[in-house]
Design a binder for this molecule. Sequence first.
Ligand code: ADP
Ligand code: MG
Length: 425
Amino acid sequence: MDLHSPLKKFFGFNQFKGLQEDVVKSVIDNHNTFVIMPTGGGKSLCYQLPALMKEGTAIVISPLIALMKNQVDAIRGISENRGIAHVLNSSLNKTEVAQVKSDIEEGITKLLYVAPESLIKEEYVTFLQSQKISFVAIDEAHCISEWGHDFRPEYRNLRHIIKKIDNVPVIGLTATATEKVQEDILKTLGITDANTFKASFNRANLFYEVRPKTKDVEKDIIRFVKQRIGKSGIIYCLSRKKVEEIAQILQVNGIKAVPYHAGLDAKTRVKHQDMFLMEDCDVVVATIAFGMGIDKPDVRYVIHHDIPKSLESYYQETGRAGRDDGEGYCLAFYAYKDIEKLEKFMASKPVAEQEIGHALLQEVVGYAETSMNRRKYLLHYFGEEFDEVNGEGADMDDNSRNPKSQHEAKDNVVKLLSIVRDTKE
Ligand code: ADP
Ligand code: MG
């Protein structure tokens, strides 16, 4: 089957990225399908293209309204009929819902985006049962797993609701690389028979650097950002207070920056996110509340003012840079003091949780203090071997560009050992 003409026609792309073509074939052939690709890997197209080619409406389940809106707008851009894609959620009024329904009945709607909590509504389920559904895609499928970094209880019922609607193929997609979460997704969705496609997690265009965090960290950040005026970047901080502080410091220095965190009201958050997407500002200073599913392909850098609590989080957050395969600079500021702070946050949690949290943090320390190829370290964490000589992006980190002297490297080992010793006591 020729998939290149529809790829060109609908998306304007000449080539598939990575495993996309095989995934699309699997979905078109009505197989249950499981896709594991890093952020920026091009997962959306894996269900969008088959949806556009197949008869009927594909249901896309996605956890965030902002994310769905983003995608629907993009799909509408390729068609004369805006009914080609719809979102079904609680914000629609009666007239709007009627319009969505009639577009689905007439076979106009190829992609219907639904939040999991809306899919529970009896009214919607009954309606969808009577329609021609091509397949169900579950984006950000790790939300189904308590082992994932973003568990959403509403995701757990999806299997039953999908069964109720129709016996159609299910396609799950995630950027989570850990085995535990992958197993959980297949089991909970009831698709252990799925064709599984796992891409490499190597993001060869991303440059990784870790710098010691000193009292001059703010000056360092300002200098870094000023060298990239007009380019988009994200700065992650641990606390809302720090977000506000850094945003303000940048603004005072003539940099177009906005804050983003869960303490801001919804209207302000949407406004700041849109400003970033529309390039009315260069920098978003944010807590981890910002980012999931934001499709801004040309984010040129991600700075971590504070080191995150796991390498998985670090990988996801830095993954928002360079999604267009252009430059993506990932700069993390690290001080062991911050690790101690994170340990303290956990002190009130149940012991089992503390132990997991502690183990995850030790990996972060290892990454931050290593003198080895950082890409190799990160990929190893995800169970992937990386060839630090010939692998793609082999020299794209601070350690490879400026190997630490034997002396410094030894210092680090000594420091690391002392940490291990401390934690054992
Ligand atoms: P993911 O969901 O895996 O994080 P997206 O679906 O958001 O990734 O895609 C990331 C970026 O890659 C988007 O900007 C998208 O337009 C682009 N992209 C996807 N497929 C292709 C392709 N075949 N050729 C070129 N760019 C692509
Ligand atoms: Mg995605």
